[in-house]
Design a binder for this molecule. Structure first.
Ligand code: FRU
Length: 495
């Protein structure tokens, strides 16, 4: 083991012991200690799910990227394992960036990641950056970097592709045993391409073709590709940077999306049928998926927004968390998401309320909880229906602090906000999406876990999620309407 990896492992074991379980979410993965971003190497290996993540153990800010490591049998209870990769080689000294994992024929676990190095340029302030693809092989606990790293570098790139922005390899195996690697790369016009490389042994790679070209239609560099088949379609998950609101349903910044279509067998490229955001909330990025033993495609994302990292508590011992694992399926030309079904077995203390909200901003009914699962259906009541429906959660005793989900049916708008969550930062605190309720009813499933809220709209047609740092004593949940609304609520605690 290198000194840098040993240092990280010694440090994290000591520092993580200072974090009480109640200081973390109950079932969302947070870093062992320090900073987490993207999920990496989400895979099944040796009877467990392995989830690695972009990790800086030494600070709650982004820094030298290690790979943190956790395992689970149900994707809800996670056990921390020691840090898997440090940036301890000349080719990854600046960071071991995102990547993926699979099991080799000989039973070893292979990690494929991006090694980043900086090359000083005489007379220039900024160094030159090189991103290359590297592998490490291990037993599910300890990994050794391949002596022939990097396995894909600048010289393997097609003409015009950038060696500076070339990252996040997704490795998979085809039916004939060929290994494929999909990586994000910036094309000559500054936009994101998804390149495909092939290999007989996962060590020797050749460029094969371009899977997808974004041609500056949505954002710039496309990060973190994942490719799989789902209900007969080919899905490319990726997270473009620098999106403008006119490019993706009003969302801006860095957002996770899916391109869904069919593979063109001749060119090996993806024939796009539709594009959809994978979440309309503030915090969801860099998603990756795994196939469960029983054949479910489950996606997880980093429940954080790069542009909102200042939204935090001063004394926080960890920063960054994963979303709830989400099962994916395709229905009526759209990927639908639902929280992994194992979550239902953690429901306790069922409570229900059904009735009419007939008020001018009444607060009816009242629940409590910050780790909760709510199923809510709201439909127009009386003759005029309602103009506005609001659910407030993570609300304190006086009502001065709360987060909210507002539905304005006339505009078909659903708005998630943490503006009143107690934040002291002048950041993005609100996101909205257009929702559809053909029969006038809106169905919501709300998953709360201490530091987050994830909302699944109309059986997962859309999701809208955010992190929040309101103190845990603010645990009230209330409902209001302007006008008449019929409300049906089932609420469970999650333990
Ligand atoms: C996405 C990303 C990846 C990169 C990693 C670095 O959030 O920018 O493209 O590999 O983070 O930590």
């Amino acid at each position: 083991m290198t000194d840098l990896l040993k240092k990280a492992r010694d440090y994290e074991a000591k520092a993580a012991a200072q974090i009480e379980p109640e200081e973390r979410p109950a079932f969302h993965l947070t870093p062992y200690v320090g900073w987490m971003n993207d999920p990496n190497g989400f895979s099944r290996y040796d009877g467990k799910y392995h989830l690695f993540y972009q990790y800086n153990p030494y600070d709650t800010s982004w820094g030298p990227m290690h790979w943190g490591h956790a395992v689970s049998t149900d994707l809800l209870h996670w056990e921390y394992l020691p840090c898997a990769l440090a940036c301890d080689e000349p080719y990854d000294r600046f960071g071991a960036f995102s990547g993926s994992a699979l099991e080799l024929d000989d039973g070893r676990h292979l990690l494929m990641y991006t090694g980043v190095k900086e090359i000083p340029v005489p007379g220039k302030k900024e160094p030159d950056v090189r991103q290359t693809q590297c592998v490490a092989v291990g037993d599910g606990l300890n990994y050794r970097k391949y002596a022939g790293n990097p396995v894909i570098s600048e010289t393997d790139l097609p003409a015009g592709s950038s060696p500076v922005d070339f990252r996040d390899p997704k490795i998979l195996r085809t039916a004939d045993g060929t290994y494929l690697c999909f990586a994000g790369c910036r094309a000559a016009d500054g936009s994101g391409d998804i390149l495909v490389f092939e290999s007989p042994d996962a060590l020797h790679w050749n460029f094969r073709n371009t899977l997808f070209r974004s041609r500056n239609r949505i954002g710039k560099m496309w990060e973190c590709p994942d490719v799989f088949t789902l209900d007969g379609k080919t899905v490319l998950l990726s997270s473009p940077q620098d999106i403008r609101a006119d490019q993706l349903e009003g969302l801006s910044g860095n957002c996770a999306l899916a391109v869904v279509g069919e593979m063109d067998p001749d060119s090996g490229s993806l024939r796009e049928e539709w594009v959809q955001p994978m979440d309309y909330g503030i915090d969801f990025y860099a998603s990756q998926s795994v196939l469960t033993e029983d054949g479910r495609r489950v996606m997880i994302g980093w429940m954080q927004n790069w542009d909102a990292c200042a939204e935090r508590e001063k004394d926080q011992k960890w920063f960054g968390q994963m979303s709830v694992p989400r099962e994916l399926r395709i229905k009526n030309g759209r990927i639908l998401q639902s929280p992994i079904r194992e979550l239902a077995s953690h429901r306790t203390n069922p409570e229900a309320w059904r009735g009419e909200l007939d008020g001018d901003r009444q607060t009816t009914p009242f629940f409590r909880g910050r780790t909760a699962d709510l199923e809510i259906t709201i439909r127009p009541g009386g003759t005029g229906g309602f103009r506005r429906f609001e659910m407030r959660f993570a609300q304190n005793e006086t009502g001065s602090v709360y987060s909210s989900l507002v539905y304005r049916p006339e505009e078909g708008l659903l708005i998630l906000s943490r503006q009143h969550s107690g934040t002291c930062r002048a950041l993005l605190h609100e996101r909205s999406c257009h929702v559809y309720s053909p029969d006038g009813a809106l169905k919501l499933r709300v998953i709360l876990d201490r530091f987050s809220a994830e909302i699944f709209v109309n059986d997962g047609v859309q999701t809208i999620s955010m992190a929040l740092y309101t103190g845990q004593s603010a645990d009230r949940i209330g409902f209001h309407s302007d006008g008449r609304g019929m409300l049906d609520i089932r609420k469970y605690d999650l333990v």
